[in-house]
Write a protein that binds this ligand. Structure first.
Ligand SMILES: Cc1ncc(COP(=O)(O)O)c(C=O)c1O
Length: 444
């Protein structure tokens, strides 16, 4: 028995105990060390209780979907094309859908050939496959700080080292990118790609300024670094505005990820990768070994929906809903938040990124927030290096405007108490509050 196992017997609540109870512990591959439950996922159970206003999750609001006509489409699909829709398909994806995906991407200026599109099980699978293709253990991936938690977990699963690049209200900072690349070169590290979410960033809520886009592409090209552009929110600009995709400017050095999760239905798990021709070949092989093929039925349903429904009108409805919710969140933050807090003002997407003053530890505060019946995603989960302790992601996509206002009001109360304690007792306040009496999110 190793020391950590014997220690854990004395402390039944520690992580090492959970591991020592696992009879397969010694069998796992080294890469599983990077596989830990995300803080966001751990929150789901608590945050879904009705009395808690959850500003934590990123679930799209599907209430506006035309369910009746969709159920007719499902029935028709089975009746008319069932033997194809319920059968295996190609790893590349249904040809008609790949053509339609090109029409969707054209809304952001992308001109692509359907052959270069690979349909995936959500863009999450695209992230996984691209990382699998490019990253050996120890390779560096550059990513905005903060970054999307699902991407960080894919990078960790392939043992890539994430180096964060600073952002401001105009997105990724070109100068910080230059510095990160120079530092990696000095240290002899291999940087494989820059992972970026240029539009309506998750979690930061900011958009990469158009004037920075070509500069960032030039920097990456001059260092021989690929760009992985992740764009699930690009059509959710609240004024209907779109921004030119990075892919439009450098098709040979950008791999682009798209998704129907935010503009149609996340449960169908249909996304795609648009890749330079050579990469696309490898992606199809990687996709085949992962899933044989993406679900034919779901792809054909999305294809029918795009062909027969006013999908752009539907996206407009989504945008209007999210804009109303964003407005509710921003006005409640203005009204209630204590002085010293700052936050981003997204013009699309799902998220506001809030920074609290020094002394606030958002992760330690979370159980107290849940006791006050509000949940958020604490900032550290969005960094690979434990930064972000004073920050939190507030999602406005799912709760109604009333719930959002109430949630922000509750959160402001918790933050105000926290800041008062810190002002009175200094860092000692934090230690006292995070003692055993503080309820965990699972027990509050
Ligand atoms: C930035 C970003 N990329 C990718 C994904 C995964 O989306 P999908 O449902 O297409 O797998 C999400 C989901 O929230 C996201 O926010």
């Amino acid at each position: 028995m190793n020391p950590s196992e014997s220690r854990s017997d004395d402390h039944p609540e520690t992580t090492s105990t959970r591991h020592s109870l696992d009879p397969h512990l010694r069998r796992y591959a080294a890469r599983t060390k990077g596989m830990t439950a995300s803080e966001v996922r751990a929150l789901f159970a608590v945050a879904s209780r009705p009395e808690v206003v959850s500003l934590a999750g990123g679930m799209p609001n599907l209430a506006a979907l035309p369910l009746e006509s969709l159920s007719e489409q499902v029935a028709e699909l089975v009746a008319s094309d069932g033997l194809v829709a319920l059968q295996y398909g190609s790893a590349h994806g249904v040809p008609e859908l790949r053509e339609q995906i090109c029409d969707v991407m054209a809304l952001e200026g992308i001109q692509a050939h359907p052959d270069d599109v690979v349909v995936t099980v959500g863009s999450q699978m695209g992230l996984d496959m691209v990382t699998r293709l490019f990253c050996d253990p120890g390779d560096v991936v550059l990513a905005e700080g903060p970054s999307y938690v699902g991407a960080l977990s894919s990078f960790a699963a392939y043992q890539a080292n994430v180096v964060h690049v600073a952002m401001d209200d105009s997105g990724l900072q070109p100068e910080a990118l230059r510095e990160a690349l120079a530092a990696a070169e000095r240290q002899g590290q291999r940087v494989k790609f820059l992972y970026t979410i240029p539009n309506f960033h998750n979690p930061a809520g900011v958009t990469l300024a158009v004037r920075r886009r070509s500069e960032i592409l030039e920097i990456c090209a001059s260092h021989g670094v690929l760009v992985l552009e992740d764009n699930p929110y690009g059509l959710l600009g609240f004024d209907g505005q779109t921004y030119p995709a990075l892919r439009t400017q450098d098709p040979d050095n950008v791999v682009y990820l798209g998704s129907f999760s935010k503009t149609f239905a996340s449960g169908l798990r249909v996304g795609w990768v648009l890749a330079p021709h050579a990469v696309r070949e490898k992606l199809v092989l990687a996709a085949e070994s992962a899933t044989l093929c993406p679900p034919t039925f779901n792809q054909m349903l999305v294809s029918r929906y795009l062909a027969t429904h006013d999908w752009q009108g539907q996206i407009k409805k989504f945008r209007e809903t999210y804009r109303e919710r964003r407005d509710a969140m921003l006005s409640a933050l203005e009204q209630h938040m204590p002085a010293g807090c700052s936050w981003t003002r997204p013009d699309g997407g799902f998220y506001v990124w809030l920074t609290a003053p020094e002394g606030v530890d958002a992760k330690a505060m979370l159980p107290r927030a849940v006791t006050a019946r509000v949940a958020y995603a604490s900032g550290t989960g969005f960094y690979a290096d434990q930064l972000g302790s004073r920050q939190m992601r507030l999602s406005f996509c799912y709760p109604t405007p009333e719930r959002i206002r109430e949630g922000v009001r509750r959160l402001s109360g918790v933050l105000t108490d926290e800041m008062e304690l810190y002002d009175t007792f200094g860092p000692a306040a934090q230690n006292a509050m995070s003692g055993p009496q503080a309820p965990s999110p699972d027990t509050a």
